[in-house]
Design a protein around this ligand. Structure first.
Ligand SMILES: Nc1nc2c(ncn2[C@@H]2O[C@H](COP(=O)(O)OP(=O)(O)O)[C@@H](O)[C@H]2O)c(=O)[nH]1
Ligand SMILES: [Mg+2]
Length: 274
């Protein structure tokens, strides 16, 4: 979003997506999303970052509460959105759909995935799913005090190397690691730091099918940055993504379907054997 300096909220489709997702698009340089399993300290971190500069309401069309905050760091204005806690982005619960749609269509400049250092195995499942969607990820390795108390040693450097994205050890409740996190986020959003997220290597047949879908998805949704993820979900038969494509609700997040795109839509439908 930060790259989108167009100031034309009515015509820019990235802006359109954010408005649809309920984000007040005025007055920020970078948009940060906080994702993570429940009880990992997302809200604690959210409060530490945004203090009293918070606004709560509902996610558009949902009964789930959403919190949005703002803060400044090194002269940049950040907006931060506290996503619902989820274990995955794949199933169809309302919380997971909200988190997934925000990461997918809200185009945040950085997704901070807050993880529980004492339960890495469970938490990394979500991290890997987020990494499939975006490479703009920083992992906040929280509850390091609990890990220590339990005699667990978590090697943040090694984890960062394995995941291909920065990992910042934190004790959010005590504000420990917050500065390091903010510096890392800033380096990422300003392009000083590049990530190389670990991604699943697909079976050659599936890869071929993905390659067939990609050009159509790119033509239909030129502003999305994660066509590959969409293609994989479609091939998997993910009902909510399939529904979104077929009922054209994704297209509404873009500019209206141009006539030349009808061909891509029918190719896509044919490929999916609808
Ligand atoms: N020991 C410890 N507790 C924490 C830390 N961060 C958050 N908590 C606590 O963990 C619980 C869940 O935190 P919360 O921010 O609500 O998690 P959320 O569900 O991810 O939003 C609260 O009781 C917090 O005070 C931390 O770094 N260390
Ligand atoms: Mg919370």
């Amino acid at each position: 979003m930060a790259g989108c300096q167009c100031a034309q909220a009515t015509t820019c489709s990235s802006h359109g997506n954010l408005i649809r997702l309920g984000v007040n698009i005025r007055d920020f340089d970078y948009l940060i999303a906080l994702a993570g399993n429940p009880n990992t300290g997302k809200t604690t971190l959210f409060n530490a970052l945004s203090g009293l500069r918070q606004h709560t309401g509902n996610w558009p069309g949902k009964t789930v509460v959403r919190s949005e905050g703002a803060f400044r760091h090194n002269g940049y204005k950040y907006k931060v959105v506290d996503l619902p806690g989820t274990y995955s982005l794949l199933s169809t619960s309302e919380d997971e759909e909200i988190a997934r749609d925000f990461i997918l269509f809200g185009n945040p400049d950085c997704v901070v995935v807050v993880v529980d250092a004492t339960a890495l195995e469970r938490n990394l499942n979500l991290v890997l799913q987020v990494l499939e969607i975006t490479d703009r990820v920083v992992v906040a390795l929280n509850l390091m005090d609990e890990a220590e108390r339990k005699g667990m040693f978590v090697d943040a450097r090694k984890l960062a190397k394995e995941l291909g994205v920065p990992v910042v050890p934190m004790v959010a409740r005590e504000g420990k690691g917050t500065d390091h996190l903010l510096q890392t986020v800033q380096d990422l959003v300003t392009g000083n730091l590049r990530t190389q997220p670990r991604r699943i290597e697909l079976d050659p047949h599936i890869e071929e099918a993905v390659q067939q879908l990609l050009p159509h998805l790119k033509n239909l949704y030129p502003n999305l940055s994660n066509h590959r993820w969409l293609a994989m979900r479609l091939l998997e038969g993910d009902p909510s993504i399939r529904r979104a494509i077929l009922t054209d609700s994704l297209a509404q997040t873009e500019s209206p379907l141009a006539p030349q795109k009808e061909e891509d839509m029918s190719e896509l439908e044919a490929a999916l054997e609808v």
